[in-house]
Design a protein around this ligand. Structure first.
Ligand code: NAG
Ligand code: NAG
Ligand code: NAG
Ligand code: NAG
Length: 453
């Protein structure tokens, strides 16, 4: 952790000696690979300051409170790409241990002790991490049921099994478990994860059943109005089942735009169907709402200074998905490159805080550290900078281009946690889940007024 009570004295001393910060602040020249390597090494190190796996009483794979389990899946995905983009294996054992420890007893990323927090989107982000591991030929696990591709298929299959025609004519609910509030909500991030993972599995395995699924998810999301039409395609947050998914919550988040954008890019790269090219380009147009003078920001909460811990990490995944899109659909490269270069420079300038002098901030417009710090701030800066390397290295592998991870199309069948899970929780867990959801609910309401305006 970058800032804690023991660090207050050094901060005071540090502010007396500004010189100290200037020495440590991150230096980035986006045309100079050495500076990219050095900058991301410092930021990755700062990311792991929040890792509890090797601390006393810590759990392998988890980051310190208040970061939820899902964000750990997001962060490991960022660090997998870090090892690839920087061609640096130092963190591989740490990342591999984390990914394997958290698979859950059924190797499908539904560990029972996360059942008060885990929704479809949470499972999805761990699925996206292991899909990335397969596409990068990340060090293969020994057990076949834990092969990266097999784990991704288990995530996909268990999610697809929860497809729910009974309400709103289809779609995934936000939550897996009935006792978590949000069970009555269907949203873009859960369905976007299924779409996105399906698109990547299709391209990796060459199995068109995944294309059919992606198509089905897209059509449903479009049908209920989670995706808007026109030259600028937007992705809205979701809707309550009670309204038959007609009363849409119109918040837009970077990671949702990115999930759909990159999903389309993977599908176009695989199918060569113009339809997916057009959707890629229209979602890219819509992505402009998340940039101001080409600097990325979380438009729904950042200007009002009320992004919660989850939301403060969304720019990380958005950067990752933009990078992938730019390489899979080369027509998008120049636009995305300009956004990444400008945003990476701005992010690097924000990485000048804390006692180490290179802790990253949230708001990249400031030209310096803005006082925010956390896991989300670290991985967002890491991803936007490391994706500058996307054009220098081969794109995501497939089974036909050297991807060696073994799959099992039936992974996860028979282990499916569904809406009727017999799991029992004690009342303490239930109360905890209620409080968590209430906090998320309040911050959702509090944020995003910019759209209505
Ligand atoms: C979750 O359960 C596993 C297996 O029982 C245990 O090893 C792990 O420490 C638990 N994690 C947390 C965060 O409680
Ligand atoms: C609910 O919405 C779907 C379209 O999303 C529609 O096909 C269905 O008829 C609607 N059901 C009711 C009861 O209005
Ligand atoms: C598909 O992606 C690869 C990068 O992995 C890229 O080299 C290729 O040009 C893409 N194909 C098309 C048709 O865009
Ligand atoms: C393709 O994927 C589907 C869905 O998971 C699976 O049922 C089928 O066996 C797979 N086909 C092949 C040839 O692997």
């Amino acid at each position: 952790m970058r800032i804690n009570k023991e660090c207050i004295l050094p901060i005071i001393i540090g502010s007396l000696t500004l010189f100290n910060n200037a020495v440590n602040a991150i230096w980035l020249d986006t045309n100079n690979v050495t500076t990219i390597i050095e900058a991301t090494a410092l930021i990755a190190q700062g990311t792991l300051d929040y890792y509890e796996g090797y601390k006393v009483g810590g759990t392998i794979g988890m980051f310190t409170a208040p970061y939820y389990w899902w964000e750990a899946g997001g962060a490991w995905g960022s660090l997998i790409d870090y090892t690839y983009f920087m061609q640096n294996d130092t963190l591989v054992p740490t990342i591999k241990a984390a990914l394997l420890y958290q698979t859950g007893q059924d190797n499908n990323y539904i560990p029972l002790n996360q059942s008060t927090t885990e929704g479809n989107d949470d499972q999805g982000f761990w699925g996206i991490a292991v899909m990335g591991a397969a596409e990068r030929n990340f060090s293969n696990p020994e057990k076949p049921e834990q092969a990266w591709l097999t784990l991704t298929q288990a995530v996909f299959n268990t999610m697809a099994a929860r497809w729910d025609e009974a309400e709103c004519n289809g779609g995934l609910r936000w939550q897996i478990f009935q006792w978590n509030s949000g069970y009555d909500y269907k949203n873009s991030v859960s369905n976007g994860c299924l779409f996105h993972i399906g698109a990547r599995l299709a391209r990796f395995t060459g199995n068109d059943t995944y294309v059919d699924w992606a198509e089905k998810v897209w059509d449903w999301m479009y049908g209920v109005g989670f995706l808007t039409e026109g030259d600028w395609w937007f992705v809205y947050d979701g809707a309550q089942i009670e309204s038959n998914c007609t009363n849409i919550t119109k918040y837009q988040w970077t990671y949702n735009q990115g999930l759909m954008l990159a999903g389309c890019a993977y599908l176009y790269n695989y199918t060569q169907d113009e339809k997916w090219l057009n959707r890629t380009l229209n979602l890219l147009n819509g992505a402009q709402v998340f940039f101001n003078n080409s600097i990325m920001y979380e438009a729904a909460c950042q200007p009002s200074n009320n992004c919660n811990n989850d939301q403060r990490s969304f720019k990380a995944y958005f950067s990752r998905f933009l990078g992938a899109t730019s390489i899979l659909v080369p027509q998008t490269y120049d636009i995305i490159r300009n956004w990444l270069v400008t945003s990476a420079n701005a992010a690097a300038r924000s990485c000048s805080g804390g006692t180490d002098g290179h802790t990253c901030g949230l708001n990249w417009f400031v030209g310096a550290w803005d006082g925010y710090y956390g896991l989300g701030e670290q991985i967002s800066a890491l991803e936007v900078i490391q994706n500058l390397r996307v054009g220098d290295l081969p794109g995501p592998l497939t089974a036909h281009t050297g991807g060696s991870s073994e799959g099992n199309p039936a992974a996860g069948y028979g282990t499916i946690q569904t809406n009727a899970s017999p799991l029992k929780l004690n009342s303490g867990d239930l109360a905890g889940a209620g409080i968590i959801t209430a906090i998320i609910g309040v911050s959702l309401i509090a944020s995003g007024l910019w759209l209505i305006i």
